[in-house]
Design a protein around this ligand. Structure first.
Ligand code: MN
Length: 291
């Protein structure tokens, strides 16, 4: 099943060219009170929501995909976990280019040494909301990545059990200001994490380790690879991350970007595509509304 969030927080069942408005299915969610739980309520109750979606879908109104504003399919992730250098060819291009590594040894090491980092959850948007660039006098880059949404709490999980903790997959964009500062700062401005176009439930993608992924800017292909080149695959990343901290339902892992990162500017239109997930278009503007 493909589920999207759109417009003012509505829930959509994605069909070819259109979306069924199944917002009524959210009625199955428990009412949480303060203090709120450390997970995303929709993802934590995804099985119940999906069951209700199936019963309401046939009577749900359909709206054309192109008429809606797509939001992040996960509204409230507890954390956005990121793999910095998880494709060998991207590691090679970072090592060869001072504009990418800024002599920061952490960005030049393989993932087993460099570990993982976090983007601020406040950086998260959906494709319809666009990217608002800050520091436009500096280099801002796109990174296209397979995103994994955690469905079941994971702590010290072995890789062989990793898939059992996955709710589904989406496309992730890890937008990055290049420079000497901490990654968590340079990659966390508002809108610098794009998740979309929707959540594809894990049952539809039995092997996320063999998916073509690509991104183009204004029609020019910039990155094109396959998740078979991931150094640490999805279950290995879940094992690695959960050896340091608990992963909760709704937590997002973006799995790293292949070679070909390149600058983006206000006015650009990004098109990102991952096989078996879909395609999303994201507009780039300058923060503050200019561009
Ligand atoms: Mn990245």
């Amino acid at each position: 099943m493909k589920l999207c969030r759109f417009d003012d927080g509505r829930l959509g069942l994605v069909e070819p060219g259109q979306v069924r408005d199944v917002t009524a299915a959210l009625d199955v969610l428990p009412a949480y009170r303060y203090p709120l739980p450390p997970f995303d309520p929709l993802i934590a109750n995804l099985d119940a929501v999906i069951a209700r979606v199936r019963t309401v879908a046939s009577h749900a109104p359909a709206v054309p995909l192109r008429s809606i504003t797509l939001l992040s399919p996960v509204a409230n992730p507890g954390k956005i976990v990121c793999a910095p250098v998880n494709y060998q060819k991207h590691l090679d291009e970072v090592r060869d280019n001072a504009a990418l590594h800024h002599h920061n040894t952490a960005t030049m090491a393989p993932i087993h040494t460099a570990g993982l980092f976090l983007k601020a959850t406040s950086s998260l948007v959906g494709p319809g909301q666009g990217i608002a660039l800050r520091k436009v006098d500096r280099r801002n880059d796109h990174e296209v990545e397979l995103a994994v949404v955690i469905g079941r709490q994971a702590s010290d999980v072995e890789a062989k059990d990793g898939y059992g903790h996955v709710a589904g997959y989406a496309i992730g964009l890890d937008i990055t200001i290049r420079g000497p500062e901490e990654r968590s700062l340079r990659k966390s401005p508002d809108s610098y994490a794009v998740l979309g176009p929707w959540l594809v439930t894990a049952d539809e993608i039995p092997n996320p380790g063999a998916l073509d992924l690509r991104i183009s800017v204004n029609g020019d292909l910039r990155q094109s690879s396959n998740t078979k080149y991931l150094i640490l695959g999805v279950p290995e990343l879940i094992a690695y991350a959960s050896s340091f901290y608990t992963l909760n339902p709704g937590d997002v892992i973006i799995t790293g970007t292949p070679e070909g990162v390149s600058p983006i500017q206000p006015g650009d239109v990004i098109t990102a595509c991952i096989e078996q997930i879909g395609t999303m278009e994201v507009k780039v503007r300058a923060a503050g509304g200019v561009g």
